[in-house]
Design a protein around this ligand. Structure first.
Ligand code: NDP
Ligand code: 8X3
Length: 234
């Protein structure tokens, strides 16, 4: 799309699943001047994805892989300052990094799992937003311009048994998004929350601590969204 001409897009959690696909979608639907910043903890995966994108789209697109743990506030706070000059002005932030751990019900939920889900899905998303927003607010002579796309979930609307913490984190993403929309109403900064249903990614592998058999069983009940079974937008 021409509207993406020369824009800089930052995606968190771009090493896998929805984040990785989002990077390819932006690359495939944009002019060559697009600049993509791909972030996640697994830098080797990001480097591989960057090479794949450049191979498919052509050397004109600029892809910058950056190692970043969004649950580490110091790393998030210093991120923009460390970016090369041509990548500093982020036009589109895709807050996608997130995870679920376990299916335990209270009072059996592990404290470590509670903390990692909130630190990543909620605090990470809020800290990323605060890191990028100042430069968006300065744009267009202070009138503000940019897009913030938060990846929520249907789990944030319809909590389920064994998902008490994950669902709460996604409800928090939805609520924070709504506050931001209201706070930024007079600017040209758009904030949206996308709430996917089940998508077949590494999400369930992470939920079951790496047990692929248990993860695959999740998708035998209801067909998930996949490349062959895409979401149809009406
Ligand atoms: P994946 O497990 O395939 O991808 C998750 C991504 O998040 C990875 O790139 C991972 O990268 C990154 N990530 C996790 N923790 C951190 C961290 N601390 N810092 C930086 N990056 C991190 O799952 P999905 O693609 O499915 O998940 C993406 C988003 O979509 C999540 O927010 C999830 O909640 C949401 N979602 C998923 C649905 C589904 O059914 N799959 C449905 C609705 C929403 P790395 O490990 O390299 O850091
Ligand atoms: C992921 C969708 O229903 O597996 O957010 O929690 S669900």
């Amino acid at each position: 799309s021409k509207r993406l001409h020369g824009k800089t897009i930052l995606i968190t959690g771009a090493s896998s699943g929805i984040g990785r696909s989002t990077a390819f979608e932006f690359a495939r639907n944009s002019p060559k001047e697009l600049k993509l910043i791909l972030t996640a903890r697994r830098i080797d995966c990001l480097r591989g994805i960057a090479a794949e994108i450049v191979k498919e789209i052509g050397a004109g697109i600029k892809v910058l892989p950056v190692q970043l743990d969004v649950s580490n506030p110091d790393d998030v706070r210093t991120l923009v300052g460390k970016l090369p000059a041509e990548f500093k002005e982020v036009d589109v932030l895709v807050n996608n990094a997130g995870l679920v751990r376990g299916v335990a019900k209270a009072p059996e939920i592990l404290e470590e799992d509670i903390n990692v889900m909130f630190a990543t899905n909620v605090n990470g998303l809020i800290n990323m937003t605060q890191a990028v927003l100042p430069s968006m607010l300065k744009r267009n002579n202070g009138a503000g311009a940019g897009d913030i796309i938060n990846i929520g979930s249907i789990a944030g609307r319809e909590p389920y048994v064994g998902g008490g913490i994950y669902c709460a984190t996604k409800a928090a993403v939805r609520s924070f998004t709504e506050s931001m929309r209201k706070e930024l109403i007079s600017t040209r900064i758009r904030v949206i929350c996308i709430d996917p249903g089940q998508v077949e990614t590494d999400f369930s592998v992470v939920r079951f601590y790496g047990d692929k058999k248990k993860a695959n069983a999740v998708y035998t009940q209801v067909p998930p969204t996949t490349k062959k079974n895409p979401i149809i937008l009406c």
